[in-house]
Design a protein around this ligand. Structure first.
Ligand SMILES: O=C(O)c1ccccc1NCC(=O)[C@H](O)[C@H](O)COP(=O)(O)O
Length: 222
């Protein structure tokens, strides 16, 4: 069976980072977006990154960040990857990759077939794509809204670089999502929370086990 790589996004406590790594996730995401209930400050993110078990990739999620912010972030936090979750152009993605020498994940919002074109554009310049639900009009957050898109749109599709499926995934639906899309990587935030911004370690363990198709999925208690 193909091993599915899991990213848990929006972590804000060192014990969450430790648990995520020990439960078998590949990536831990930290959100830098002031309006988000998951927002962390740079100094806090340093403590989170230092709590990560060896082998867990630390990903900083930013939204249209400028060089001054990214300079401070990268100077302070031991990171493995950057995730760009705003309206950064392909040229800006290339510039950030070259300036910091870190692999870049570009998030692309999908609601309909015409949105898929952007995956080709960004897939040519990013190291990975995060294929997420497009936020609803007027939403405060560009991601982390707990909404799924029509998985049929990306069923068995290929882009120029590896990709991860995101948007409305939960311990209950992630296995089906993997089967329906052929995704080899999945990302979740609100689906493993007990309240906005509050991660639930039991749900995280259940999500990772379900994504990987483990026989013994811990019961989900909500
Ligand atoms: O999670 C946030 O608060 C957030 C804020 C600003 C930009 C992006 C954000 N999250 C993006 C993620 O990587 C989420 O994991 C992804 O959108 C899936 O979210 P969910 O549907 O809640 O699982």
């Amino acid at each position: 069976m193909m091993d599915i790589r899991v990213k848990i996004c929006g972590l804000s406590r060192p014990e969450e980072v430790d648990a995520v790594g020990k439960a078998g996730a590949a990536y831990a995401g930290f959100v830098f977006f002031k309006k988000s209930p998951r927002n962390v400050e740079i100094a806090q993110a340093r403590d989170l990154a230092l709590a990560a078990p060896v082998g867990l990739a630390k990903v900083a999620l930013t939204v249209n960040a400028d060089d001054a912010f990214l300079d401070a972030l990268i100077e302070t936090v031991p990171l493995d990857m950057l995730q760009l979750h705003g309206s950064e152009t392909a040229a800006r993605v290339s510039e950030i990759r070259a300036r910091y020498g870190l692999p870049v994940i570009k998030a692309v919002g999908i609601a309909e077939h015409s949105d898929l074109e952007a995956l080709h554009t960004y897939g040519a310049v990013a190291d990975q794509l995060l294929v997420d639900a497009k936020p609803p009009k007027g939403a405060v957050l560009p991601g982390g809204n707990g909404l799924a898109f029509d998985w049929q749109l990306v069923n068995r599709k290929y882009w120029p670089c590896p990709w991860m499926l995101a948007g409305g995934l939960t311990p209950e639906n992630v296995r089906l999502a993997v089967q329906k899309t052929g995704a080899r990587q999945v990302d979740v935030s609100s689906g493993v929370e007990s309240a906005p911004g509050v991660k639930d370690i039991g749900l995280i363990r259940a999500f990772i086990a379900a994504a990987k198709g483990n026989e013994n999925v811990p019961p989900v208690l909500r």
